[in-house]
Design a protein around this ligand. Structure first.
Ligand SMILES: [Zn+2]
Length: 200
């Protein structure tokens, strides 16, 4: 019912999380009405994302640089790696100012219903770091306190202990409500969860 160009953009938008047909239509007609300046702003932002953003091949965060600014920073604590599910969690933890070690972004959690789950995550890459980096003394498992986060943390704990039993494995304090999303926690709660981390 719409012209092909409109449908094409609606279909592309529908691939975004929580965007259905109606929301996609609303966005497209918003742009059609708002005019070229606003559409160009979006186009330029997407172009710049495509052109500049890379995966850091050490921690798997997204960055304009590879290695990213955090991995390249020689002043950070080489003895700690904080494991998170998504890149946004790195930003949330950095905002607390309570952590000076390095990170590892898994890019998801283990989902037992998804057969290829583990292969798609950066778990192999984490275990390689654990195997080859003798400076690591502590690994902080900072995944969300929900079912998938718990499953993933248990799996990682087992694997890391097998490889390097001397590494201390800790988790964020239980100050974070069960089922909460770490990246949306406020800095104070997250900072204190980090400070009061514990090991099993
Ligand atoms: Zn990095």
């Amino acid at each position: 019912m719409y012209s092909p160009s409109i449908n094409k953009l609606i279909d592309a938008l529908k691939k975004l999380p929580s965007v259905g047909q109606h929301t996609a239509q609303r966005y497209v007609f918003h742009w059609l009405k708002s005019g070229k300046v606003e559409v160009n702003e979006l186009k330029n932002a997407l172009d710049s994302l495509l052109k500049n953003i890379k995966s850091c091949e050490i921690c798997w965060n997204f960055s304009d640089f590879n290695p990213c600014e955090i991995c390249a920073n020689k002043n950070r604590n080489k003895n700690q790696i904080c494991v998170v599910d998504e890149a946004q969690a790195v930003a949330a933890l950095e905002k607390t100012g309570a952590y000076t070690g390095f990170y590892h972004v898994l890019r998801g959690t283990i989902d037992a219903s998804d057969e290829n789950g583990i292969e798609n995550l950066k778990i192999h890459e984490l275990l390689q770091r654990v195997k080859t980096n003798q400076e690591i003394q502590e690994i902080i498992l900072a995944l969300n306190p929900d079912m998938l986060g718990e499953t993933t943390m248990l799996y990682l704990e087992k694997q890391i202990k097998q490889l390097q039993p001397q590494i201390k494995i800790t988790r964020l304090a239980r100050g974070l409500p069960m089922g909460s999303d770490l990246q949306y926690s406020d800095e104070i709660t997250l900072g204190s969860a980090l400070k009061n981390r514990f090991s099993n």
